[in-house]
Design a protein around this ligand. Structure first.
Ligand code: AKG
Ligand code: FE2
Length: 391
């Protein structure tokens, strides 16, 4: 499945630039499949474009949230991989009638039957601890929830991070751009006037890259926050797939076969891609085995947990068998328009998804040159686990 191109092409959530690497380096980073890096700014943005000053192009206004522009630390020394840690999912404590969410004036709109809810009339920043626990349960159940007209982006960054910490210890991305001084942020940014898509589409057909964030970690992200800072008038929606419904659509015979299988997820290629662009890494890359059918700790639902960005192989199968089965599962999720939701961003939108039971993809589909700028906060959950096939 690995492409045999002259370039390693990385897709980011916000901008796309082909990255030319040596054939030798290519071999070391190209086992992954069509997309080498997670959809993060650092994956494609040339280093010289990373500074706020150069981000201001004459025809476009400066960033509205300059303190959130992406930066990279100079000369970082990688920390050791994360050690295991205890995690109590706040969704376990929730009153599932959602009394703190379903308040007068609050409107819930279901985007599709199984995945996606849009909420208006409720400020996230007004929620008590009980409300946040209900939120964790709601996000696990509905998979992705979009809150409109929020004041979250205007909080001091330290306060936004404290909010996220309620849901789990915050992940520090090994390679992404961060808001200066805040390594627990991940910045998604396509600069104003950037022509990256034109260069990318010269060689590729689509920017779609389904993934679950940093699925190579032993304790992968749980409820994840992405909030709009500046959004183009049209374009740059985000696709989400319901990995529980993807599992449920399979025949019992196929489900049974998947149970007990584990797949390897790898950070190695993402780290190599960052190093090849002259940027350091914040943590040593890891490889982790996760069950292919993963049970959610709060809802008990089973989800398919393999993705083409980070999953490499199925443990115990020969290469052709593993490639064949993984390709089927990737295609099944990618083609599942009848278990996907598409979130349209607006200024003030905050989107929460549960990375254990969903996959998502950025879309780089606008060529008008407007800036697209978002920030992610990534609470981590407990280790993955599987519960037996029930028939
Ligand atoms: O830019 C987007 O729409 C999504 C980016 C992404 O994959 C992420 O923030 O995890
Ligand atoms: Fe992502």
């Amino acid at each position: 499945m690995a492409p045999h191109a002259d370039e390693a092409v990385s897709v980011a959530s916000d901008i796309v630039v082909p990255v030319v690497v040596s054939a030798e380096k290519l071999q070391s980073i190209q086992r992954a499949g069509p997309v080498q890096a997670e959809t993060t700014e650092e994956a494609i943005k040339p280093a010289e474009e990373a500074t706020p000053a150069e981000d201001v192009k004459p025809a476009f206004p400066p960033a509205e949230y300059p303190h959130y522009l992406p930066t990279w630390e100079a000369n970082i020394t990688p920390s050791p991989a994360y050690e295991p840690f205890a995690h109590h999912d706040p969704g376990l404590d929730a009153d599932t009638s959602y009394p703190d969410l379903l308040l007068p004036g609050v409107k819930f709109t279901q985007l599709t039957p199984t995945i996606g809810t849009e909420i208006t009339g409720l400020q996230l920043t007004a929620l008590s601890a009980a409300g946040k626990s209900q939120l964790a349960h709601l996000v696990a159940s509905r998979k992705v929830v979009a809150f409109r007209t929020q004041d979250f982006a205007d909080l001091p960054i330290a306060d936004a991070l404290d909010y996220g910490r309620f849901f789990g210890p915050l992940h520090i991305h090994p390679t992404s751009g961060i808001a200066e001084g805040y390594p627990e942020t991940l910045i998604v940014h396509r600069g104003a006037g950037d022509d990256g898509p034109d260069r990318y589409f010269a060689n590729r057909n689509s920017t779609v890259a389904w993934h679950s964030d940093v699925s190579y970690e032993r304790q992968t992200p749980a409820v994840t926050f992405l909030y709009a800072l500046e959004i183009p008038p049209t374009g740059g929606d985000t696709l989400f797939a319901d990995a529980v419904e993807a599992y449920n659509r399979l025949s019992p015979a196929f489900q049974r076969r998947l149970h007990g299988l584990k797949a390897v997820h790898s950070a190695v290629e993402q780290a190599a891609a960052s190093t090849s662009r002259g940027k350091g890494i914040r943590r040593e890359p890891v490889k982790t085995e996760h069950p292919i059918v993963r049970t959610h700790p709060v809802t008990g639902e089973k989800a398919l947990f393999v993705n083409p960005v980070f999953t490499r192989e199925i443990v115990g199968l020969k290469k052709e068998e593993s490639d064949y089965l993984l390709k089927f599962l990737y295609d099944h999720i990618a083609f599942g328009g009848d278990f996907q939701a598409r979130v349209r961003w607006e200024n003030g939108t905050v989107v929460l998804w549960d990375n254990r039971v969903t996959q998502h993809s950025a879309l780089i589909d606008w060529k008008s040159g407007e800036r697209r700028h978002l920030a992610r906060i990534t609470p981590q959950g407990g280790p993955s686990f599987e519960t037996p096939f029930e028939g």
